[in-house]
Design a protein around this ligand. Sequence first.
Ligand SMILES: *Cc1c(COP(=O)(O)O)cnc(C)c1O
Length: 459
Amino acid sequence: MSQADEARIKYTLDESELPTQWYNLLADLATPLPPVLHPATGQPIGPQDLAPLFPMALIAQEVSQERWIPIPEPVRQVLRQWRPTPLFRARRLERALDTPAHIYYKYEGVSPAGSHKPNTAVAQAYYNKQEGVRRLTTETGAGQWGSALAMACRFFDLECKVYMVRVSYEQKPYRRVMMETWGAQVVPSPSPDTEAGRKVRAEDPQSPGSLGIAISEAVEDAATHDDTKYSLGSVLNHVLLHQTVIGLEAKKQLALAGDEADIVIGCAGGGSNFAGLAFPFVADKLRGTRPALRVIAVEPTACPSLTKGKYVYDFGDTVGLTPLIKMYTLGHSFVPAPLHAGGLRYHGMAPLVCKLYDEGVIEAVAVPQLATFEAAVQFARAEGIIPAPETAHAVRVAIDEALRCKAEGTRRTILFNLSGHGHFDLGAYEAFLAGKLQDYAYPEEKVAEALQRLPKVGV
Ligand SMILES: *Cc1c(COP(=O)(O)O)cnc(C)c1O
């Protein structure tokens, strides 16, 4: 290795090395994923149940057993705008920690929307367009998913309507402006445009809205318009599939660096960026070629689905409209404390991630809020990039593992997903820097209460 190589920080791939296929973990599971159930009958749902909401190509991907699924050329053409994304060696962070560990991060913040979410938004917009859909609806909280979909719809000439939780719409205007700049229609939810929205407004004219209400509105809109379908930014198998470009690229880049990952880390809300980085590595573990590889999903102690939830059937949404999914859940009625500024607020987790956790293939860790922001600031001061608060959970555990290497005097290679930048989350950083954020105990009673309200159907 030359001296230049030893100082190398960034491992980039040429555009021509953008993956041509997605990796489908379903093909490598020893036993099948538990079926998704109809809430009324308790029977597995079929493609026809999902057809009003999703195009057939995505419904097929949801259950496909093919190990490799070709990425359509028009999708690759759009992804080329920012992919392959760079892999960085965090040399200044390593020095700051005085660790023998090699720390790498895959930087997804270079997408125009600032996160990994466009990887699936672009694919979803493409398949909808292919099947003659004219318009997509979705919900968004802080606006990361809404902005990714707004951009993707623009590229494929689709209309996009985003139901944005009212409090965020009012308090976080810049993501909304981004979505509008890309041509999406953004309405505060609850809105007067749907039956679900009108009902909530009649009962509570001041309603701040919630992700659950916004989902109900977006789903109703799609179900009641022939030319419209619905789009989801995490949790589902096809979403995780589209994100695997992250891990496929990272593997090639680590090889360029002459390193092999010992520990792979991602933050987990619904599980998509974690899965996107981790699944191509998990494949090696499942095949027995990398048995010692550790793969860690990181969640906030404020919403600890994997580490404190139950592996049971629950609704995917907070209102109780979706089919029943077997996953680690805190109960669909669980709502994390408003004090929690770090995102990753989903009550459940992607079924594929849950199955791996249940079988002990992957690990999960929950980290508290203050330690998470401390890690984010330490990272920003060493590497320059200000991570999204969600991402900061992965940064915390990467730093903790690097410090463990130091204590043990072992050199391990740590890879984590830098899922997005935090340029729209500076309000949370401001609160942290001003000493206004706080830790709080794990909300044991609230979780117990929500777990009481699990649906009765189930295996
Ligand atoms: C949405 C988001 C997440 C959480 O979603 P996952 O599906 O768990 O990846 C994490 N990081 C960033 C930057 C996000 O925008």
